[in-house]
Design a protein around this ligand. Structure first.
Ligand code: LLP
Length: 407
């Protein structure tokens, strides 16, 4: 894996200098390339990408994704609104909530986006309220166990998501009772799925269910393509997924005379490798067995290592030729927020800039103010220029919504 010193000719050092650290930096061209790769992989069928907004929801990134020809999948009404603010038309937005109050569904319908129904009670309430006047999608739980770890495996039989494929007769009964117009069926099995066959398995569940819904316009195969987090780490062969999935999809459509669109919802595949978190070393200290490099960031900015034991490659931008030593890279949070353990890296000195890779997906979007720390800035490199796309938080942001009462 490469350790770039620059993005589109803009040096990372100059970005740190101009915008400070910690800072999330995204390579806009890389995001567009990923979209184009998927468009190529699925080009033999009518195809739509619905980017999983939750991975990285900055407005400028959304706008870039919109201009590159994708739509979005939104999992909250706030993501729907962000999408619209970034320029997506309502019909380009799929709303995939998980167990939300019906008022939120109503709001989404009023905004004109298509809602992905994920329980039988919701199908019934939707049916009672709208009958066949508002088209909808149904999220099926395909009973497939797949994904990088249990927390991100969401298509198995014990997962809270979707409606069990075993309940297909009950789904059909509820849909028919209210005359619902079902335009789409959806599965999403999990994240970090390496094996292309899993997407086909999910597809087979969609095909089985699709037989019951004559008005369908699309089948949504979900997201979850695995990206490489380190040297030698396998990643999903999306060309292979495209080949096998489109072949089965075409065969299904031909056999049953259906004319459908194929949708997918990638998050990580579009933005993970395009993003990095640039941090500065504050302190280097050694215990008897370990040398720690403490940086101006932590689990409040990148929770993946602590939450999923995720591996993020890190390199020393300031001293690439330094003598190799072993380090634990740790954050400043008052918890054991080890960002990387036992890493062999060129000597790290105070004030060295370190680059944490693959931070585009589920980095900023999962960041918090834990320890009353401020969230970092976000910078998008686009057309050879670094643009600030979110200001670093300031102390006032922490107190803005607090009410200090008389005590
Ligand atoms: N569609 C739905 C309905 C989803 O729930 C998700 C992710 C995606 C698409 C996109 O999955 P992706 O292509 O990004 O793997 N925070 C975790 C990942 C959680 C994914 C949640 N759902 C992580 O950092 O690994």
């Amino acid at each position: 894996m490469q350790n770039p010193q620059q993005i589109q000719g803009v040096s990372l050092e100059s970005i740190a200098h101009e915008f400070g650290t910690p800072v999330y930096v995204y390579d806009g061209e890389k995001i567009v390339e990923q979209i184009e790769t998927l468009q190529k992989a699925f080009s033999s069928v009518p195809f739509k990408i619905k980017y999983a907004t939750k991975a990285l929801s900055n407005l400028s990134v959304l706008k870039l994704i919109k201009n590159a020809g994708a739509g979005i999948d939104a999992v909250s009404i706030e993501e729907v609104k962000l999408g619209m603010m970034a320029g997506f038309e309502a019909p380009e937005i799929m709303y995939t909530p998980s167990g939300v109050p019906f008022e939120e569904i109503r709001e989404a319908v009023d905004l004109g986006v298509i809602v992905n129904l994920d329980s039988i009670p919701l199908i019934r309430e939707f049916g009672k309220t709208y009958g066949g006047s508002v088209p909808a999608c149904i999220r099926i739980n395909p009973h497939i166990l797949a994904g990088g770890n249990h927390k991100i495996s969401v298509g198995h039989v014990e997962s809270k998501f979707g409606i069990s494929i075993d309940l297909l007769p009950e789904i059909v009964e509820a849909v028919n009772e209210y005359g619902l117009k079902i335009w789409g069926l959806h599965v999403h099995t999990g994240s970090d799925i390496y094996d292309a066959e899993v997407f086909l398995k999910g597809g087979n569940v969609l095909f089985e269910a699709a037989m019951q819904f004559p008005e369908l316009k699309f089948l949504d195969f979900g997201g979850g393509f695995k990206v490489a987090y380190k040297e030698g780490d396998p990643s999903t062969d999306v060309m292979e997924v495209g080949r096998i999935v489109t072949k089965a999809f075409e065969a299904f459509c031909r056999k049953y005379g259906r004319s459908l669109e194929l949708w997918i919802e990638p998050g990580k595949f579009l933005v993970s490798a395009a993003g990095l978190l640039l941090v500065k070393t504050a302190v280097v200290k050694s215990s008897t067995t370990i040398t720690f490099a403490g940086v101006d960031s932590g689990l409040n900015h990148l929770i993946r290592p602590m939450m999923y034991e995720a591996y993020h490659d890190i390199y020393n931008l300031s001293n690439p030729e330094g003598k190799l030593e072993k380090y634990n890279i740790v954050g400043y949070i008052c918890e054991t927020d080890t960002l990387a353990a036992h890493r062999q890296l060129p000597e790290i000195r105070p004030n060295d800039l370190l680059v944490i890779k693959n931070a585009g997906a589920y980095g900023y979007s999962m960041a918090s103010n834990y320890n009353s720390r401020l969230r970092p800035a976000e910078v998008l490199v686009w057309q050879g220029k670094a643009h600030l796309i979110r200001k670093r938080e300031e102390f006032e942001d922490l107190t803005r919504n607090q009410v200090l009462i008389e005590i």
